[in-house]
Write a protein that binds this ligand. Structure first.
Ligand SMILES: Cc1cc2nc3c(=O)[nH]c(=O)nc-3n(C[C@H](O)[C@H](O)[C@H](O)COP(=O)(O)O)c2cc1C
Length: 171
């Protein structure tokens, strides 16, 4: 699928077929994340892949919505704040930005492969950190459930109109 189609067809999928996602496919997704740009090319990320239903059930303690349990795989995208670039002028940590790009590479690649995903950030970070035994500097940034959609319908995009978000030569 070309990039434009991936962008248009990606949507937050919250119901998955019970069909497993092949290991090679998951590797393709992480490879797409690996290719993402990052500030100073510091690549402050790692990706914990959960495919064991018991592990995904246990992750439910961090995100209590039932729907995530239908996902055959969940990628926990983690950012290492001890690695990420801090801008000298104001110490801004670019970890979240780097992870966001890598995560969206995963989501768009998944769409191109006929898979669905959903960004999930509204989870209990402390519980997730403990569950995965992550070191202090490593933060789970997003849970990304991955799986085959139960529908071929693409959800309607509810977006601000273009003219509302573009500023041509003025502020
Ligand atoms: C940073 C971020 C965090 C999000 N967190 C959640 C979440 O915790 N739970 C959820 O169901 N959806 C979450 N979403 C999905 C958004 O609700 C969704 O992207 C938005 O409504 C637009 O819909 P679409 O993805 O179908 O185009 C998140 C999306 C982003 C980008």
């Amino acid at each position: 699928m070309e990039l434009k189609a991936c962008i248009e067809n990606r949507f937050s999928l919250r119901e998955y077929q019970p069909k497993a996602v092949e290991k090679e496919t998951i590797i393709q997704l992480i490879e797409a994340a690996r290719m993402a740009p990052s500030a100073c090319n510091l690549q402050p990320w790692c990706f914990v892949v959960l495919t064991d239903p018991q592990q995904i059930a246990a992750l439910g303690a961090c995100y209590k919505r039932e729907w995530i349990q239908s996902a055959p795989a969940v990628i926990v995208a983690c950012g290492d704040h001890s690695v990420s670039w801090k801008r000298r002028a104001d110490s801004k940590d670019h970890c979240d930005i780097d992870l966001a790009i890598a995560i969206e590479h995963i989501c768009l690649t998944a769409t191109g492969l006929g898979l669905g995903t959903c960004w999930v950030c509204n989870f209990d970070v402390a519980k997730c950190k403990a569950f995965l035994h992550l070191p202090d500097s490593v933060e789970p940034i997003a849970l990304i459930p991955v799986g085959y959609p139960t529908t071929t319908e693409v959800a309607v995009k509810n977006r601000k109109p273009l003219e509302e978000i573009i500023r041509w030569n003025s502020f």
